[in-house]
Ligand binder design. Sequence first.
Ligand SMILES: N[C@@H](CCC(=O)N[C@@H](CS)C(=O)NCC(=O)O)C(=O)O
Length: 223
Amino acid sequence: MIVVHHLNNSRSQRVLWLLEELGIEYEIKRYQRNPKTMLAPASLREVHPLGKSPVITDGALTVAESGAIVEYLVEHYGGGRFVPPPGTPERLRYTYWLHYAEGSAMTPLLLKLVFDRIAKGPMPFFARPVARAIARRAKSAFIEPQIAQHLDYLEAELGKSTWFAGNEFTAADIQMSFPLEAAAARAGLDKSRPKLMNFLERIHARPAYRRALERGGAYELLS
Ligand SMILES: N[C@@H](CCC(=O)N[C@@H](CS)C(=O)NCC(=O)O)C(=O)O
């Protein structure tokens, strides 16, 4: 039996969604973030040394890192579904988006989250104006232009095909959902990029996405 070690408000939601799309049985073991630090509890390190979410166990096997989990589940339980056939241009695009989501898109989004927190976090009153000025400068000079460049690129890519890897929905769309949801929640993705907003609407309407939310619990996007 597959067990999803599920941290509240996390990327693990994507794994629940994929499992629902695949229609296979799984269990959820829940972990709660520390409300102050937002870090996962130490008990998650008993599953995998990094103690990050998502992580799954399948019998004796432990698989961490969302891209690797997606590949594992599609390969072992997909029966050819949610992945383009090997050797096709769509398959290469699929692999690209599977890596891009965490390897490229999440970097500036995470930096934005960190600098937003620095500016708002507790500190001596005399340090606050300096910390705020540094955070503002880092965001305006580097982070926000980077996010805008990624979002423009993604908007253009979704002008070429219905889904990220081609005209069929694949697990790469599931993997891409997190950076786009994070961008909509806290990094300015809005209706000025209609193809991306339409992508979000389409995924949110999928019955499997809704079932995953029901089982995992509504989530708020953090990191
Ligand atoms: N690239 C990793 C990122 C894993 C990650 O950072 N997960 C966050 C939740 S979305 C986490 O576990 N945060 C809590 C912590 O770092 O303690 C993946 O895609 O699996």
